[in-house]
Design a protein around this ligand. Sequence first.
Ligand SMILES: Nc1nc2c(ncn2[C@@H]2O[C@H](COP(=O)(O)OP(=O)(O)OP(=O)(O)O)[C@@H](O)[C@H]2O)c(=O)[nH]1
Ligand SMILES: [Mg+2]
Length: 271
Amino acid sequence: MVFPEVGPMTRTQVTTDVASLIEQVKTGDVRALSRAITLLEIGGPNGAAVSQRLGPRRGRANVIGVTGYPGAGKSTLIAQLIAAYRRLGMTVGVLAVDISSRVTGGALLGDRIRMQDWAADAGVYIRSMATRGHAGGLARATGDAVRVLETAEYDVVLIETIGVGQGELDVMDVAATVVAVVAPGLGDEVQAMKAGLLEVAHIVVVNKGDHPGAETTLRDLREWCPSVLKVVATTGEGVGDLLALIAERRRMRDLAASGIRPSLRSARRQS
Ligand SMILES: Nc1nc2c(ncn2[C@@H]2O[C@H](COP(=O)(O)OP(=O)(O)OP(=O)(O)O)[C@@H](O)[C@H]2O)c(=O)[nH]1
Ligand SMILES: [Mg+2]
């Protein structure tokens, strides 16, 4: 099947081909879902047709945003989360979003290499989404990409993004749970997190718990956010506790959706 990004296709032709593409996505066809996400990134009539055909969000997947400053350990933590969810028999889709149009792009490549451990596992799909044009457009494409992964029936969707800028907030709007990753020993960073990121984070992870200063950062952040925990992403220490917090938050959301008002502060950002 050929999908010209530009070309003299009529609206009907575009819609028909996209319809069969979405049917393939529903069967979990990885090539089809990659193609669908690429069309969304490019935008234009094909992207719009994909977006339209996907229908509303299904809400079945557990969508988890992992945000934080460069080098905080987001990718390392995501690798641990993938392993943990796979052990539970769940399928995992990962979107690594580079919203900042960083000059080097080296970090994203690094992500790919680390995450390549999962290349042979059919239960894991990993996709980098780079900035093309406006941050707002990327955020929209990311939201639609989540819908693609939901259509392909992934159980868990993890979104990695750097926690700076307004566009990041848009991306985080599609995540049911937002995890902010902080590394200890960066005073200014923590202050900035308090001012901005903590507003959108449901769970704060103090990563690099093996570093001196982790306890101080942990104590400091506890005053600001009810759900703070220490993790060592390189070894997996604390990841089980993080999974439990994410599961609890999902339970709270489900209760809220069913009309019962949960009283826990950790469920404060209901949507
Ligand atoms: N000592 C220690 N190092 C860690 C830990 N977690 C991550 N690192 C290291 O920190 C560095 C950055 O980790 P990444 O996972 O790439 O961080 P990131 O937040 O994804 O970085 P960007 O994608 O560039 O924003 C790597 O060298 C990791 O090995 C940890 O718990 N302890
Ligand atoms: Mg990374």
